[in-house]
Design a protein around this ligand. Structure first.
Ligand code: SAM
Length: 228
């Protein structure tokens, strides 16, 4: 998979993408992630990416031209035909595990990050295929939202996580949350690991895990159980 992120603030993304599983996925060639600096697609000497809103009012708007030029350059360089162009916006469809799976099956993704008051609406109308939100709150920019989505997608790529069963038993798989987990020590400050997990009895352990997962899901996310 090849991922491009168009942003006026690449530094906001370089840290999160350079650690742990996402770093290893890049190093082993499972994914290539390219940060594309929006300012490289300006034509003025100040490399200005924003401007005042027509009609007045507070906040600056990211200009349309650098976004169109950046996406056209990416399409040309990567020989991409009709790639998915994902606009990060609080007004978008709420990102979830189902979308993470859908995106993980694609060869290319282009992320567009807004900033300030937002992005010129013509970008959304004519360039973007999907408007995505990571939740009902407002961030200063789309960079952290893009990092969240990239993380959720890349960990699903074959080979990204050593133990694929681990991802398949995580929350939101099978319409429920994950079960509780414990590791050594067996007892810590009087708090003991549940007996059944030490029993070595696989069927009983599986049954306990399923019951605990269902218990937690019923208590905090009962809506998931009806998502058959
Ligand atoms: N004026 C916009 C609105 O009220 O819908 C908010 C703009 S926000 C301050 C600046 C940028 O941050 C947005 O263009 C978007 O790229 C990003 N952003 C903010 N909240 C987000 C969220 N919940 N999900 C995804 N992107 C978000």
């Amino acid at each position: 998979m090849k991922i491009f992120v168009v942003t006026a603030f690449p530094g906001l993304l370089s840290g999160p993408l350079a650690e742990s599983i996402i770093r290893l996925a890049q190093e082993s060639g499972i994914v290539q992630i390219e940060l594309v600096d929006l300012r490289d697609f300006t034509t003025d000497k100040h490399r200005q990416v924003d401007d005042y809103p027509y009609g007045g009012g507070p906040g600056m708007i990211l200009k349309p031209e650098p976004f169109f030029r950046a996406v056209e350059a990416i399409e040309k360089k990567g020989k991409l035909v009709n790639p998915r162009v994902l606009q990060m916006t609080p007004q978008g469809k709420r990102f979830n595990q189902g979308l993470a799976k859908e995106f993980s099956r694609l060869d290319n993704l282009i992320f567009l990050c807004g900033h300030y008051k937002g992005v010129d609406e013509r970008v959304l109308e004519h360039l973007v295929t999907d408007e995505l939100s990571i939740g009902d709150y407002v961030l200063t920019g789309g960079e952290l939202a893009a990092a969240v989505i990239i993380d959720a997608v890349v960990r699903l790529l074959p080979g990204a996580i050593g133990d694929v069963d681990s991802a398949l038993s995580d929350s939101f798989e099978n319409n429920r949350l994950d079960c509780p987990h414990y590791t050594r020590p067996e007892e810590y400050r009087g708090m003991k690991v549940p007996e059944v997990l030490l029993s070595g009895h696989h069927a009983r352990i599986e049954e306990w895990r399923l019951n605990k997962a269902l218990e937690k899901t019923k208590a905090v996310r009962a809506d998931l159980l009806n998502n058959e």
